[in-house]
Design a protein around this ligand. Structure first.
Ligand SMILES: [Cu+2]
Length: 216
């Protein structure tokens, strides 16, 4: 009884060792205009240590498009790719260690892939070149997507000095240093420059140009 009580007291007395990183991202486009919907900006803490739990996420294929188009997950997350179209799609990536290829399938079938390596996986359909998605795979759990207005909050970050990074498909990457104090709140504002972004046609899974006639 006395021992149980001691454990409870110790538990209560244990100091919180984590803090919060909060801030805002901004993406500048051509002509100095600001991007108005920032919900596809990914923000993460680089170098922090934290346990990742196995998780599951979904990218749906519908209307010859991947939704969501941008996803951030931790290493070990399985992503399901259900096809809700009555036509065949294929899902593949040739991005380094995250290379994978799911067979052709159509509604109501689904395929999945477990991402075991940190990095950026560009995901395409081998039939429809207009279908593309990006999955950022992170080695710690301190990541999020910004809200539409660009604000973000990352909670439970262990105290320490880190680089906070923001990534956007057209704006590349921006970084800033933060110092997270125990129970403290560090702020991080990041500006991404998408003004010189140019869309480049990607290759199919064989490294070739897509044929102009869709067969499926
Ligand atoms: Cu497709």
């Amino acid at each position: 009884m006395r021992r149980a009580l001691a454990v409870v007291i110790l538990g209560l007395a244990a100091p919180a060792v984590a803090g919060t990183v909060a801030g805002r991202v901004e993406v500048l486009e051509k002509g100095g205009r600001r991007l108005t919907d920032l919900s596809d900006v990914v923000v993460y803490v680089d170098g922090a240590k934290g346990r990742l739990k196995p998780a599951r996420a979904t990218i749906t294929m519908k209307g010859k498009a991947f939704t969501p188009r941008v996803l951030v997950v931790g290493v070990g997350t399985t992503v399901d790719f259900p096809n809700e179209d009555p036509i065949f799609h294929n899902v593949f990536s040739v991005s380094g260690e995250n290379r994978f290829d799911l067979d052709l399938y159509k509604r109501p079938k689904s395929g999945s892939w477990t991402f075991e390596h940190a990095g950026l996986a560009r995901v395409y359909c081998n039939i429809h070149p207009q279908m593309s998605a990006v999955i950022l795979v992170r080695d710690n759990p301190f990541f999020t997507k910004a809200a539409a207005d660009g604000t973000f909050v990352l909670e439970g970050v262990p105290a320490g000095k880190y680089t906070v990074k923001a990534w956007h498909e057209k704006g590349g990457e921006a970084a800033t240093e933060v110092s997270v104090a125990v129970e403290g709140k560090a702020s991080a504002d990041l500006k991404l420059d998408a003004s010189s972004y140019k869309q480049v046609a990607h290759k199919n899974k064989y490294g070739k140009d897509y044929s102009t006639d869709e067969k499926y």
